[in-house]
Design a protein. Structure first.
Length: 332
């Protein structure tokens, strides 16, 4: 017998939030420069096969919010990494992230049709061209990372490259993706959903926050705090994404919605409900605030990290304002 449905008014939970919002930084020329670099850092040869050329250009055209590369660039600069190397590192990590989205959207994985308010690249150009285009981004990303790290002090190069490999490889992103694909074999609990999020989302956020600081010679205490912030914000970002999947349409989220339930994939909102997920999100953001406050006391130049924290709060507000009273299935 199907379980009864309940109605949760998410507006009540939005109105009950009392945490102070840290304002996001105003847009500046950095966004324009990094958006241009996202296109320019992957030269496209005129001899490239036409379908692959169009697929790569498609990926380079739809850049997303560019929040991550802005954070990488600013972090690298705060730790003394020169401008060109900081740009290389920022764009490389965004290429890795974009490639992961291409794979995530394929029919053999999430079978999505929309991403960043545009057709997924496999919809527009076919699966084989999508895979090759993603590999082109990954190949170029490694070259950019190596070039950036080579400009850093010798004693920081090996730890930084090892950190990159760990979080992209079988200990991080790849393991998280495999757990995601085989989630039907796992208990559908918050713990299981967060285990997947640690492998996928937290790994990429950790590269965003920790890798540039590590390459620039951050102290062990600073790296510890950045790692904690990565965990809290990575899980927060995943909850926001899960809320979008449950509550939004493709026109508001920019990607195919309601995929997690139909494909039996991890989703913290489906596991514990909207109310509990929003409450957990607020606790995670609060814990991240505490670590950020300690970090900024040590290195005040990192106060700009409030940009990403503010983005999380803004996204939650936007999702909740458009949701109203939403029928949510009771926990399984």
């Amino acid at each position: 017998m199907p379980l009864p449905r309940r109605v949760i008014d998410i507006r009540h939970w939005r109105e009950s939030i009392h945490t102070e919002v840290i304002p996001a930084c105003k847009p500046d020329s950095t966004l324009e420069r990094l958006s241009a670099a996202f296109t320019d850092r992957l030269p496209i040869s005129p001899d490239l096969e036409p379908t692959l050329r169009r697929a790569v250009r498609h990926l380079l055209t739809y850049t997303g919010s560019m929040v991550r590369p802005r954070i990488v660039y600013s972090l690298a600069g705060a730790y003394g990494i020169h401008d060109e190397a900081a740009t290389d590192l920022a764009i490389a990590l965004e290429y890795f992230h974009t490639a992961s989205l291409v794979f995530d959207d394929l029919p053999c994985m999430d079978d999505a049709s929309m991403r960043r308010c545009a057709p997924c690249v496999h919809i527009a150009f076919g699966e084989s061209s999508a895979i090759l285009a993603a590999l082109a981004l990954i190949n170029r990303a490694y070259a950019l990372v190596w070039r950036a790290i080579a400009s850093c002090a010798a004693e920081f190069r090996a730890p930084a490259l090892n950190y990159l490999e760990r979080h992209l490889g079988t200990h991080g992103l790849l393991n998280g993706q495999s757990l995601d694909l085989n989630y039907s074999r796992l208990p559908h609990t918050l713990h299981s959903a967060e285990r997947v999020a640690h492998g996928k989302t937290v790994s990429l956020i950790s590269l965003t926050l920790v890798l540039p600081a590590m390459a620039g010679g951050a102290t062990p205490r600073e790296l510890h705090l950045l790692h904690r912030i990565s965990t809290f914000w990575g899980l927060s970002y995943q909850i926001v994404d899960d809320l979008k999947d449950v509550l939004e349409t493709s026109s508001t989220s920019g990607k195919t919605p309601a995929r997690d339930q139909s494909l039996d994939r991890p989703n913290m909102v489906l596991a514990i409900g909207v109310a509990a997920a929003v409450n957990r999100l607020q606790r995670l953001i609060g814990a991240g605030d505490q670590s950020l406050e300690m970090l900024v006391r040590i290195r005040p130049s990192l106060s700009f990290l409030s940009t990403f924290r503010g983005t999380l709060e803004d996204e939650l507000t936007r999702v909740s304002e458009g949701a109203g009273a939403i029928p949510i299935d009771r926990q399984r």
